[in-house]
Design a protein around this ligand. Structure first.
Ligand code: 5GP
Length: 212
């Protein structure tokens, strides 16, 4: 059964380990492609333009919005973040599961525009662990960590909109669980509409053949 890829949104509290899980999925399985977002946030040490993000300024970002070049975009902690459209559409058409690692407002817009998308929310086992991971990462100062924790509290209100919650307690188990969920979701009728339509049409042709 040839299908388009699954548009897979992976969200989670800042510090939930999304980046690591996504990298593992890409390393292990060829069927995934990662969408690189555009952002107006400054690069963290070690981040490269075009790899972690396309780093840009407000003016260019707003131009991309006007040109309808983004699948979705959101403002997060004072910066724009958005998903470039062309890559997502071409990879889905080629049958690859495109991963969007995005926050909740963007996830909800994706669900609106692509009802057959799959929304997965990653979370550490508890809030204390979340705070500890953010502090250990050492890439944000105390004020930025406080902002991210406040945002996590807000985002926790929207988790019910997701299809699945995966607890990232153990990296190995978490990667495989996400992979299994994507695989299983391929079997949902909403994502196999072409296959179902084709079978229906063939059956109707058989029925007509019998009747005539
Ligand atoms: P960070 O600054 O930690 O890299 O990302 C901040 C938040 O923005 C994370 O929750 C991340 O998933 C989200 N994000 C990254 N790219 C996009 C995007 O293209 N669209 C939206 N809506 N959120 C994004």
């Amino acid at each position: 059964m040839r299908q388009k890829g699954i548009l897979t949104v992976i969200s989670g509290f800042s510090g939930a380990g999304k980046g690591t899980i996504v990298r593992e999925l890409l390393d292990r399985y060829d069927e995934y492609a990662l969408s690189v977002s555009m952002t107006t946030r400054s690069p963290r040490p070690g981040e490269r333009d075009g790899v972690e993000y396309f780093f840009t300024d407000r003016e260019h970002f707003e131009e991309a919005i006007r040109q309808d070049g983004l699948v979705e975009y959101a403002v997060y902690c004072g910066n724009y973040y958005g998903t470039p459209r062309a890559y997502v559409e071409s990879q889905l058409a080629a049958g690859r599961n495109v991963i969007l690692e995005i926050e909740i407002q963007g996830a909800l817009k994706v669900r609106e525009k692509f009802p057959e998308s799959l929304l997965i929310f990653l979370t550490p086992p508890n809030a204390g662990e979340l705070k500890r991971r953010l502090e250990e990462r050492g890439t944000e100062d105390a004020e930025a960590i406080a902002r991210r924790l406040a945002r996590a509290a807000e985002e926790s209100e929207g988790v019910e909109a997701y299809d699945y919650i995966v607890v990232n307690d153990n990296l190995e188990e978490c990667v495989e669980e996400v992979h299994r969920l994507v695989g299983a979701s391929r079997r949902a009728p909403v994502r196999s509409s072409r296959f179902i339509r084709e079978i229906r049409e063939e059956l109707q042709d058989f029925v007509k053949g019998v009747q005539s």
